[in-house]
Design a protein around this ligand. Structure first.
Ligand code: CU
Length: 511
């Protein structure tokens, strides 16, 4: 007998992944080409003139070759898909000029960067088609793997999906002095993990159905740095992977196919106190982690996604079954060909990494509650624009009603006005049956509690995005430093981009 559950399993290709390794089993329409060399985004150090480091970025349309003999229409930054890796140092003055050569409004947000509100690149800094915007700031933060991506109002989902994202590396004296792999593209590798839908002709398709927007857009094919079925040949015995979950909505539970352990050395916003040995690491959209992988030996292995058992969600019916199947797909992400160095060669890591100033709970003068809320697909397209009309006109994108504290994102409403220098605790409470990655702009927070327990070993450091589990509560603490700006707010939001686009976003001001 075929039950509804079996039908769903078939639909989602739950555990049947055998044939096309980097595609999500039966969901992919065409088999990806065999192992392709991992693309490494070009490194951009900018040009230093006088006291500033200058970067020039252009948002543009292009054609990208994911499949042999097929040119896929994409968007990119200084290229056809994704953007260059920007590199800068703590203490430097930086100026980034962004030109919009696209046919719609856009903007770039520097995710993880502690920058003034007017340089943050949120919906208040839209760049019109043909226009230019300049973000100027002083880098004031420790070494980290940050990133940048479109943050256009109602359009972050489709714009990031088409390719508007890139990595941003901050270095400092501590990272310079540590004995860590740091040769970009050789033993220090950006790993931007994304999932996309390709149709039978190899076009990248952004779905507009209600279900995709209620849950968030998930693809049938994995890309790393825009490479389908990627393969990286290590040249050193130690390889540093700067992992970024750059997906619109998919969570990844990462592991190595040979069961080997790896060492996490950094969270979202910087180095940890000491390397943390792990066999699995969960990254929700927007989160980053730097890991060191042992690439001695000769036997190829893979960075894989491990299926996660369904969690209990206290609802009934088809929607619950859909949610329960959501993270249950196994697939490959990146094949690693080791360096061939002998296993008897030395493999060492620094025992101490960075010093972290832990913020005591007593430093907080205010505690705020942030309730993450979601309706169940009853909304129509009236409130939000952007997509081709598909559900009851006006912009399309019906499905779900995504809110924080009972309110959809409103450019004219400020949830919190915070005096510069104040330390606050935010309790983020997920009132829905699915994970939401919660991101706060500008500040670097520490996790005090996850469902009443201490944070996971992998999140003991500064973060800007946190996995808030279904019907769970996470408590974070942060110092909201200046400079204040009484005119321009910062955003906080769910980093499932469709949820953000649909209203699960709010604003705070530092004054
Ligand atoms: Cu969400």
């Amino acid at each position: 007998m075929t039950t509804r559950r079996d039908a769903l399993k078939t639909l989602l290709a739950g555990s049947m992944i055998v044939a096309a390794p980097n595609a999500l089993g039966a969901l992919a329409y065409i088999d990806p080409p065999l192992g392709q060399k991992l693309k490494i985004p070009p490194l951009l150090d900018g040009e230093v003139n006088g006291v500033e480091r200058n970067f020039s970025l252009t948002l543009q349309q292009g054609l990208t070759r994911f499949y042999h003999d097929v040119d896929t229409a994409t968007w990119g930054i200084n290229g056809s898909y994704l953007g260059p890796t920007l590199r800068m140092r703590d203490g430097e003055r930086v100026r980034i000029q962004v030109s919009n050569n696209l046919n719609e409004n856009s903007v770039l947000h520097w995710h993880g960067m502690n920058v003034p509100a007017k340089a943050d690149g949120g919906p208040h800094q839209h760049i019109m088609p043909g226009g230019t915007w300049t973000a100027a700031f002083q880098v004031r933060q420790p070494a980290a793997s940050c990133w940048y991506h479109s943050h256009a109002m109602h359009l972050s989902g489709p714009q990031v999906y088409k390719g508007l994202a890139g990595m941003l590396i901050v270095n400092d004296d501590t990272s310079d002095q540590l004995d860590l792999p740091s040769e970009y593209g050789v033993d220090d590798i950006p790993v931007i993990i994304q999932d996309r839908i390709f149709d039978r002709e190899g076009n990248m398709v952004y779905p507009h159905r209600m279900e995709d927007h209620m849950i968030g857009v998930r693809g049938n094919t994995i890309l790393v740095n825009g490479t389908l079925n990627p393969l990286f040949h290590a040249r050193s015995g130690r390889t540093r992977l700067r992992l970024l979950n750059g997906a619109n909505a998919r969570n990844f539970t990462l592991a190595l196919s040979n069961g080997q352990t790896f060492w996490q050395i950094a969270t979202d916003c910087g180095l940890m106190e000491e390397p943390v040995e792990l066999t699995q690491l969960v990254l929700t959209p927007g989160e980053r982690a730097e890991i060191i992988v042992d690439t001695r030996g000769t036997e190829p292995f893979k960075l894989i996604n491990v299926p996660v058992p369904a969690s209990n969600v206290p609802y009934y019916g088809l929607f619950t079954e859909l949610l329960m199947e959501m993270d249950r797909q196994a697939f490959d992400i990146l094949t690693l060909e080791p360096s061939g160095l002998s296993l008897s060669d030395q493999f060492s890591l620094p025992r101490q990494l960075a010093h972290i100033d832990w913020i005591p709970e007593s430093a907080a003068t205010t505690t705020r509650l942030m309730l993450l809320q979601m309706g169940e697909g009853q909304g129509n397209g009236g409130g939000q624009g952007g997509g081709p009309r598909s559900r009851r006109e006006f912009g399309g994108w019906g499905g779900g009603s995504h809110k924080i504290n009972g309110r959809k994102m409103d450019m004219n409403f400020i949830e919190a006005t915070i005096i510069a220098g104040t330390t606050e605790i935010w309790e983020i409470s997920n009132e829905t049956p699915m994970i939401h990655p919660f991101h706060i702009h500008k500040v670097h927070f520490q996790i005090l509690e996850r469902k009443g327990m201490p944070p996971l070993a992998s999140e003991r450091g500064f973060k800007d995005t946190v996995n808030v589990p279904p019907h769970g509560r996470v408590k974070v603490i942060a110092k909201f430093t200046g400079p204040g700006d009484p005119m321009i707010p910062y955003m906080f939001h769910c980093h499932i981009l469709e949820h953000e686009d649909h209203g699960m976003m709010g604003q705070f001001m530092i004054v």
